[in-house]
Design a protein around this ligand. Structure first.
Ligand code: UT7
Length: 329
């Protein structure tokens, strides 16, 4: 059976850079603490009025160009985001209009930081069953709109960015060999944006209690992230009938360099120079956009050789987690 491929990739990040030194002026923190505890050096912040659909549409147009397609060739748009422009309409509909993909269906996927691999998995199924032909997967996050810049525990971690890819059976690209997805709602409270939904609709009280911002139990999330991404890597390798020796590049969710290092330590054959970390250093945690942005940067640097296999793994609120193996064909 023909396998789905990523035939075009693109990304976008805003111009404005927020450095650790900038945070020293805003909060009781230090460049040294942020670097040593997280690996983050700087992050990007969207301009006033720039929203998820704007950033996603720019990344989408770049991915379309890379695939030699235009909006009218797309028949499904999947957008992974935790920072949609609105609760409804979906950000996918807004991006559809911006890129003139008038022949497509459009749907948002909410799997927090795991959204890119969740959406890729859906796209793979939809093209391999021949229900749809060319699917545009976009991840776009304006986390600066939901970060509490008075909370040093979370403020320094996150940044804004978008990424996109075209998934199709036709053309050359990165074959999506195997994907693995999982979730556990038991830990929902450990990483949450409590207000603004149907449980706590926006009110003066929810605003005063700062409930429209990300709340995270960092220590607990950290432990689950390491454990679950390790499991996802193992499961995905097993499903693909491969071993860690077959993997040329590991791209873990770029939330914290220490989490990435802790995962790497658990695999003997994944060498350090094959583990991609540049996104966490330069962009911080960009949630759903994180691994797609990393993949796009790696590809633009011409570092992926023919036939090499890349393993992406993700973890986020929900909890949700997953992995996928791509092969450069
Ligand atoms: O994308 C979804 C996945 N998200 C993640 O994977 C994030 C997972 N969690 C983490 O990355 C880490 O837990 C954090 C980076 C959030 C925190 O690192 P930690 O090593 O777990 O630190 P901690 O929470 O145990 O805090 C240690 C100390 C505390 O002070 P006390 O209570 O020991 O006096 C914090 O108040 O560091 C303090 N602290 C800070 N100090 C300076 C927390 N944030 C900061 C800060 N600057 N920005």
């Amino acid at each position: 059976m023909a396998k789905a491929k990523i035939i075009g990739l693109g990304s976008y990040y805003p111009k404005k850079v927020l450095t650790n030194k900038d945070f020293e002026k805003m909060l009781e923190t230090s460049d040294e603490w942020i670097r040593t505890r997280t690996g983050v050096e700087e992050r990007r912040i969207a301009a006033e009025g720039e929203c998820a659909s704007d950033m996603g549409a720019i990344a989408a147009n770049e991915a379309l160009k890379d695939a030699n397609l235009n909006g009218s060739n797309i028949d499904f748009i999947l957008v992974a985001t935790s920072t949609p422009d609105y609760i409804f309409p979906s950000t996918a509909c807004l991006i559809q209009e911006k890129i003139k993909a008038n022949n497509s269906a459009a749907l948002d996927v909410q799997a927090a930081c795991s959204g890119f691999i969740y959406a890729i998995t859906l796209a793979k199924s939809l093209v391999e069953t021949k229900a749809y032909k060319n699917i545009l997967v976009v991840a776009s996050e304006k986390l600066s709109s939901i970060v509490d810049y008075e909370d040093r525990n979370t403020a320094v971690l996150f940044g804004d960015a978008a990424t996109a890819c075209v998934v199709s059976l036709d053309g050359k690209g990165l074959e999506i060999k195997t994907t693995f997805l999982a979730a556990s709602g038991k830990e929902a409270d450990l990483l949450i944006l409590p207000a603004g939904g149907s449980k706590y609709p926006a009110s003066l009280k929810t605003v005063n209690e700062r409930k429209h911002y990300i709340q995270m139990n960092g220590k607990e999330v950290y432990k689950h992230a390491v454990r679950r991404m390790k499991e996802a890597i193992e499961k995905c390798l097993e499903d693909a009938n491969l071993t860690e020796k077959d993997i040329s590049w590991l791209i873990p969710h770029q939330a914290n360099e220490r989490i990435i290092d802790a995962i790497a330590k658990r695999f003997k054959h994944l060498e350090n120079d094959k583990i991609f970390k540049e996104v966490v250093h330069k962009f911080g945690n960009t949630s759903a956009s994180s691994v797609g942005l990393a993949l796009d940067i790696l590809k633009k640097q011409n570092r992926i050789k023919p036939k090499e296999k890349i393993l992406l793994t993700v973890f986020g609120a929900g909890f949700t987690w997953g992995a996928c193996i791509l092969e450069n064909n």
